[in-house]
Design a protein around this ligand. Structure first.
Ligand code: COA
Length: 164
């Protein structure tokens, strides 16, 4: 995957599996979650190396400032990681990452998109709803540190609301 996607003044780039990228994803994740994450640099490297996984980053002024990570199994995609640095938010970067991830996977034959989100995470919930995801289920105590329930959100393609 060498192709780069030019968007706004930054780039959407596929992320390679290497320790530097894993360290950057760890940093962004921690910053994006108030200094807390249950993930480690080694977990990101493991995820990046998994051939079922697919990670996109948003590069601005030479640095990755946001990313999205998914796992694809046949025609299903599960969005497992998604974060934008606090000082880069509300610029449309999250929306670009999410819609580009969907577009690329629709092109690859994916029809079913799933994700979990904390009940209290209004920014992410608003974003997912804007892109056409719907709440289909609930998982008790799904998250740790802090413990919280999750909504399960789902979107089926073809039905890319952002194209309308
Ligand atoms: C969720 C997250 C990735 C969104 O990134 P972002 O780049 O700020 O999102 P965008 O600028 O593309 O926002 C797109 C739309 O989402 C909604 N949205 C985003 N942040 C919002 C907020 N704080 N409050 C209300 N709506 C919000 C809005 O509808 C927004 O469109 P608008 O700015 O035109 O009103 C970012 O807030 C983040 O990293 N949060 C912490 C990590 C996280 O929660 N990840 C998701 C785990 S499920």
């Amino acid at each position: 995957m060498q192709k780069e996607y030019h968007m706004f003044s930054g780039l959407i780039v596929p992320l390679a599996a290497n320790p530097e990228t894993a360290a950057r994803l760890y940093y962004i994740t921690k910053e994006a979650n108030g200094g807390r994450t249950t993930w480690k640099e080694s977990s990101f490297l493991y995820e990046l190396e998994n051939e079922n996984n697919f990670y996109l980053g948003y590069e601005f002024e030479g640095e990755i400032v946001g990313y999205i990570g998914c796992m694809r199994i046949l025609d299903e995609l599960s969005i497992n990681n998604f974060a934008v640095l606090p000082n880069q938010r509300r610029k449309g970067i999250g929306m670009l990452l999410l819609t580009e991830m969907i577009r690329m996977n629709v092109a690859a034959g994916v029809r079913h998109f799933y994700l979990e989100v904390r009940l209290s995470n209004e920014p992410a919930i608003f974003l997912y709803q804007k892109v056409g995801f719907e709440n289909i289920s609930f998982r008790k105590d799904y998250y740790v540190d802090p413990v919280e329930d999750a909504y399960v959100f789902y979107k089926q393609e073809p039905n890319l609301e952002v194209d309308k």
